[in-house]
Design a protein around this ligand. Structure first.
Ligand code: MG
Length: 295
């Protein structure tokens, strides 16, 4: 049975500081789930999904939240977002010849390149991306499928991995290329405030089905920049879950950004970095669209 569940975290104009949990109804409106889940956050709900989901899925007649403003579905991850570099072949080529890798290299990694973004980088699906003009001159975008872990564990095998996936969302892995290059370790260049737009929804794995069929698409000011299928991942989701969990206990609510396809700003000659006023849209089949303007 397929459960149509698109969960959101939102605020309303009368309580802009209070995050609430909702779901998107058939008309695209936000239904307030407070009557079902109380004050639980999405992290709480994912952690107790087996117990909570029957009532959540069966609930009807929920009030539509007027003036709802979407936040990231998980506005405050409980720890860093795991992320994966160089996981689409054409992107490895463009990155390797851009002069931004150290040293320049275009070969396919033999194991996944895993890094992380700090939780405070997360921002909402319609929020502005801060240009940080005093910190970086080379702002870039990376549209990515993000996996949300349901049941945690260590030593999860490839074969078991999909049983640990609760669902999916979109992350724009915004990157300061100069910081990424100059500091060699990627944490700073990937973690500035607002560098992880997330959302607009968190969608359960059973609704998504086979993630390999999903298309990742990115535009800047309406111009197509990235377009790829998740089937092209070099290290697929089971690989990533198995690799990370080999020695780190994955926890419910952990997020893994799976990597970006070709078409980022440094892939162009000369590079096309984001500038204030430009709007980046990242879309994935069935997962909605992130729409963030650089300010
Ligand atoms: Mg990335």
């Amino acid at each position: 049975m397929r459960h149509l569940v698109k969960l959101v975290t939102f605020t309303t104009p009368d309580a802009p500081g209070r995050d609430k949990l909702g779901r998107i109804n058939a008309d695209g409106q936000v239904e307030d789930l407070t009557a079902v889940v109380g004050d639980r956050t999405l992290l709480d709900v994912i952690a107790t999904w087996a117990q909570l989901s029957p009532a959540l899925i069966a609930s009807t007649g929920l009030p539509v939240a007027a003036g709802a403003r979407l936040r990231a579905p998980i506005p405050q991850p409980h720890r860093n977002v795991f992320a994966v570099g160089k996981n689409y072949r054409d992107h490895i080529t463009e990155f390797g010849r851009s002069g931004y890798d150290t040293p320049d290299r275009v070969e396919i990694p033999s194991v996944p390149v895993v890094f992380s973004k700090v939780p405070t980088a997360v921002t909402g699906p319609r929020d502005n991306i801060d240009a940080h003009p005093t910190v970086t001159k080379e702002l870039d975008y990376e549209a990515e499928l993000a996996v949300i872990i349901g049941r945690g564990g260590r030593g999860i095998t490839r074969e078991q991995a999909m049983e640990h996936v609760w669902g999916y969302t979109i992350i724009n892995d915004v990157t300061a290329r100069d910081l990424q290059r100059d500091h060699q370790q990627w944490l700073l260049g990937k973690s500035l405030d607002t560098f992880a737009p997330m959302g607009p929804w968190a969608v359960t794995a059973d609704e998504v089905g086979d993630p390999r069929r999903l298309m990742v698409h990115c535009t800047v000011n309406g111009e197509a920049r990235q377009h790829a299928t998740v089937a092209d991942l070099i290290f697929d989701i089971p690989d990533l879950v198995a690799t990370i969990s080999a020695g780190i206990t994955l926890r419910s609510g952990d997020i893994i950004a799976t990597g970006t396809p070709a078409g980022v700003g440094i892939g162009f000659t000369p590079p096309r970095f984001l500038t204030p006023g430009e709007t980046v849209e990242c879309s994935i089949t069935g997962l909605g669209t992130l729409r963030n303007t650089v300010r």
